[in-house]
Ligand binder design. Structure first.
Ligand code: FE2
Length: 478
């Protein structure tokens, strides 16, 4: 049985204070054109003695969000800040006044999964119903955001920007709905369109994909479980072998009646890398968990075995996981699957300027601690599969480069930042928070994407650890 406290220890261990530090030391040289903020979200319980947190132990997804940010300008690292997202409960626990704001279905939560910018707002996001939280550029928490009352329910953390229109696309799901909802938030910051798509069983939809032709929906067999909810599980979504795995194409601008569904093998997908239209077909690259079943198709895990300490490994299943490609062919009515890379990896990202367009490059992370804790509680993978590295995929050449950081130098998700607005794909930088074991604190590491295995261009030395977390964004100055 996996250690139920593994998400509280080592590189996952929460930090205990908020810090504001100015004039950060840098090794190497920060590119002068990098003007903006790198912000990253992740769970960070207030304290390990918090009686509420004891209930969550072992479950990585449920800690309140903390945003870690670094401000770069004119070749200098101006500041580092980390701030808890103040939900009402968290603000009260911190003896502060809650900033207040709208709440969807009584689900106020310190959004812990991603941080994005849209329509001049910095937004911490989370799935399964709660609204996003808005932050200032200095990471002060401004309160929940429902886009001036236009958002019916919270949307899941992963959003896609349509660069042609400036519209932000999102998928909302919530256990009490008999549908999922595609949401478009206009460049002006109000919801301009919602489309309800009927689905059975209340599936979790952590991510999706967007092309010029379609919204690509992942309806996979991780669904709401009344048994788990009754047992007190706080995120009661479990592997459901009775739920047909399928991928759906919602035509852009179309209605729910226009969605076409295509069956796929049982699997779980947290993240897509990107998708694009290709001569009538749709290509989707994604990190795919092969499911919670063995080679004979038997379910090998009991998803509600730990009622009070729900186990994320039971969500992702037995493995393996790999970077795969689905080619959805509406004319043939089927999906073809290809293996792009079989190294266990997560947090796939592209140069976001190619969202929805054919991409050549992708970047992902191989995080030892996450792999061991999440993917391989039973030791299915060898240690070397989980060394700490960032990967760069050239999907045209079929090659992968690894920037290895070493065993205790855990790297989180990396984001790509173009060298200039008109730079070619991959002409730019790959940045991530990486633990520096020599200092016992994190560095913001900046790699030159086109010299990926070389020494970093710059390392910004931060004054504290940053626990392993989830997703972030480079938000360039306007
Ligand atoms: Fe995610």
């Amino acid at each position: 049985m996996p250690d139920p406290n593994r998400f509280l220890r080592g590189p996952f261990a929460p930090v205990e204070e908020e810090i504001t530090a100015f004039g950060l030391p840098v090794t190497g040289s920060l590119p002068a054109g990098l003007n903006g903020r790198y912000l990253r979200n992740g769970p960070n319980p207030l304290g390990l003695d918090d009686p509420g947190y004891r209930f969550w132990e072992g479950y990585w997804f449920l800690g309140p969000g903390m945003v870690h940010g670094v401000r770069l300008r004119d070749g200098k690292a101006e500041w580092y800040r980390n701030r808890w997202v103040r939900s009402q409960a968290l603000a009260e626990a911190m003896d502060e006044k809650w900033p207040g704001g709208p709440v969807h279905a009584g689900m106020d939560f310190a959004a812990n999964t991603h941080i994005i910018a849209h329509a001049g707002r910095y937004l911490a996001t989370v799935e399964a119903g709660p609204l996003p939280y808005e932050l200032s550029g200095e990471l002060d928490i401004l309160g929940p955001c429902d886009f001036a009352g236009t958002l019916p329910g919270g949307f899941a953390a992963h959003t896609k920007l349509d660069h042609a229109t400036g519209e932000l696309h999102a998928i909302a799901y919530y256990w009490a709905w008999d549908h999922v909802q595609h949401v478009i938030i206009g460049a002006g910051g109000t919801v301009s369109r919602t489309t309800d798509i009927p689905v059975a069983d209340g599936p979790m939809m952590h991510d999706f994909a967007l092309t010029p032709g379609y919204v690509v929906l992942l309806d996979l067999p991780v669904t709401f479980s009344l048994d788990a909810a009754s047992a007190g599980v706080k995120l009661p979504y479990t592997w459901n072998p009775a739920h047909q795995a399928r991928v759906g194409l919602l035509p852009r601008g179309g209605t729910a009646a226009g969605v076409r569904w295509f069956e796929v093998d049982p699997c779980w997908v947290f993240h897509t890398l990107n998708a694009y239209d290709d001569d009538g077909r749709v290509v989707v690259d994604l990190v795919r968990y092969a499911g919670a079943y063995d080679d004979d198709g038997r379910v090998v895990v009991d998803l509600v075995r730990y009622a009070g300490a729900y186990d994320v490994s039971k969500l992702t299943g037995h493995g393996p996981l790999s970077l795969d490609r689905w080619i959805i062919d509406p004319a043939a009515g089927k999906v073809t699957q290809q293996r792009l890379d079989d190294r266990p990896q997560e947090f796939p990202r592209t140069d976001e300027r190619v969202t929805g367009l054919a991409h050549r490059y992708g970047y992902s992370a191989v995080i030892g601690a996450v792999g061991h804790a999440n993917v391989s509680p039973d030791g299915d993978f060898a240690d070397e599969a989980f060394s700490d590295a960032l990967l760069k995929h050239d999907l045209t050449a079929g090659t992968v480069q690894a920037h290895e950081f070493g065993q205790d130098a855990t790297a989180g998700e990396a984001v790509f930042v173009p060298a200039a607005p008109g730079a070619a794909e991959d002409d730019g930088y790959v940045m991530s928070y990486v633990h520096n074991p020599d200092r016992g604190a994190a560095d913001l590491v900046i790699l030159a994407a086109q010299d990926f295995t070389a020494e970093p261009v710059a390392r910004v030395h931060l004054p504290a650890r940053i626990p392993l977390g989830f997703h972030g964004s480079w938000i360039a100055d306007p």
